[in-house]
Design a protein around this ligand. Sequence first.
Ligand code: ADP
Length: 389
Amino acid sequence: MSFATVLIVEDERIIALDIQTSLQSAGYGVVAIATSATEALESVKGLSPDLVLMDIRIRGDRDGVETAEQIRADYQIPVVYLTAHADENTLQRAKLTEPFGYILKPFEDRELITTIEIALSRHKAEAAIQTALRQEKELNELKTRFVSVVSHEFRNPLNAILFSTELLQRYGAQLAIEKREVYLERIQLSVRRMNQLLSDVLTLAETEAGKLDYSPCPLDLLKLCQDLVDEIQPHEQGSVIQFRHTDYLHPSLPWGCHLADRSPSPLPRLDERLLRHILINLLSNSIKYSTTGEPIVFALSSNDDSVTFRIQDQGIGIPQADHANLFQSFYRASNAKTIPGTGLGLSIVKQCVDLHKGTIAVESAEGEGTLFTVTLPLDRSAHENDPRH
Ligand code: ADP
């Protein structure tokens, strides 16, 4: 039994009703009976049938072939012709519209149903091939883009390293200590940038392969955040990450300070690896898109159900028009083009947040800084794996 829907385009009422009865008793739905090109096109537009059964000779100034041509151009709906007699010229025109079947009147019910079934399954198979081809094309475009963006982003820090080491080699002895420090810092920054890039590329490959999974463990969040700040901070000359944890209910303290219950709460369970991707990307971005020395506030807070990370800078900000696409791979805001980057970091951040079933929000305006807020739900009930239990 099929539940596909059919539009009958036939100007002879009795034949149309006869076909309708045959189709309905075979389990098809008949969305309408049209008698002219105009009616047929209106029905296709409004009722989206799965298939059109088209008589070649119909009422009005356009025949069935012209109507089918229009349907083929505007909609992905298969057409099966239905006609009693057609001259060679009309048949040739009909062929050019690539019909999914051709039935000569008079016909048996079985012939009608078989032709429709074949047309529907051929159309389905062709649609699947089209989708696969489109996906393959998109994937190829993505790969080409990926190779060009990543190689470009590797070349810049490599050139910086080459340039700095050459200068140190040639003029090292004559350079003042501060100048030497600048070149050494530049080398370190370049290596760190390549390291981050490699990490992004590998993480992206894992997400593409569906291998990036969520495995939460009890985490000492305060320590992790402080370690991350230390990791990122000293290398970025002049940047200041101010870490705050005013509302963070530290698990080693009595939870919520309830007098009745002074036992320490379990450590929050989060995936450390995913969390590091989230925080490193957001913190590095806030440094990268700020002028040297501008303070960056990194705040940790929590309640019984969730933990929230806020990363706020006073940097270049993000134009409103770019907000909607920020989390797409390779997307970069219009005001960031002169600053090195791949547009991969935030798409990784988003995937890591999604794996935690959390949320990420951005508040930003061009020239006015940026605030990213990440909220991750907590499962505090589980005690297993908690080193203190
Ligand atoms: P990129 O490698 O370009 O930094 P991301 O995916 O990490 O890639 O970020 C995507 C884009 O979002 C960036 O190119 C930049 O335009 C914008 N962006 C992200 N974080 C900030 C920020 N803190 N300040 C200003 N713009 C930002």
